[in-house]
Design a protein around this ligand. Structure first.
Ligand code: SF4
Length: 215
């Protein structure tokens, strides 16, 4: 069964998600430690710890492997105009990536936003390129930095410590100024917006930033 979630931030725009970190191979450094951006991950705190929030994410890990999953996702998106993949978790398996590509191809009426760190793995590059070539898809490769550092032409998003530290040429997410809500902004889905900076939020992320400053 298709399990869709909604988060208060996204103006009711729906998501398909997995459990954070368990499905995020790109969250780790070579030594097995978490990259900075994932050390403060919002999806491991607050509401995300509740069983009713975890359950659909755990079920989705099994569910996508069904033969009918692509057909069922296309049906589930009949009335959506925007869709966010992975409010939590990542596209950890190549089989899942190929199925998501098919869903994107068969739902041209939907603007898809897919944030990911799977670009770190060469076997995902072809499928990510095919996704990004679609007019209705914006794939954003996430930078690991929490200090606004990113690679031009590669990354599509980065965390900044505060809203006043925004690298040049980068669009600042304004949700922080709008009660934590998108409030009509759709920049993340927009191919014309190359890189978005998200101001850090949450106790866990602020602690990571304090530690980086002290280092
Ligand atoms: S940049 Fe716009 S669409 Fe993206 S999260 Fe921020 S407010 Fe929402």
């Amino acid at each position: 069964m298709i399990r869709i979630s909604t988060t208060s931030k996204l103006d009711g725009i729906r998501s398909w998600s997995l459990q954070a970190l368990d499905t995020c191979p790109g969250s780790k450094n070579a030594d097995g430690s978490l990259v900075d951006a994932c050390s403060g991950c919002y999806a491991t705190t607050g509401n995300y710890r509740y069983p009713n929030v975890k359950a659909p994410r755990l079920e989705n890990r099994e569910d996508w492997q069904r033969l009918e999953w692509v057909d069922d996702m296309v049906k589930a998106l009949q009335n959506d105009r925007y869709f966010r993949w992975f409010d939590s978790g990542d596209m950890y398996a190549i089989g899942l990536a190929q199925k998501i590509l098919e869903v994107m191809q068969r739902t041209p009426w939907v603007s898809h936003w897919l944030p990911t760190r799977m670009h770190k793995f060469p076997k995902f590059r072809d499928v990510l390129t095919s996704m990004q070539a679609l007019d209705n898809v914006m794939v954003r490769f996430s930078s690991d930095s929490v200090r606004g550092e990113f690679v031009q032409g590669l990354h599509g998003s980065v965390i900044v410590p505060t809203p006043d530290i925004v690298p040049s040429g980068v669009s600042l997410c304004q949700a922080y100024a709008n009660g934590g809500k998108c409030s009509g902004c759709r920049a993340c889905y927009d191919k014309a917006v190359a890189v978005i900076a998200y101001p850090a939020h949450g106790k866990k992320m602020n602690k990571v930033i304090m530690l980086k400053k002290a280092a």
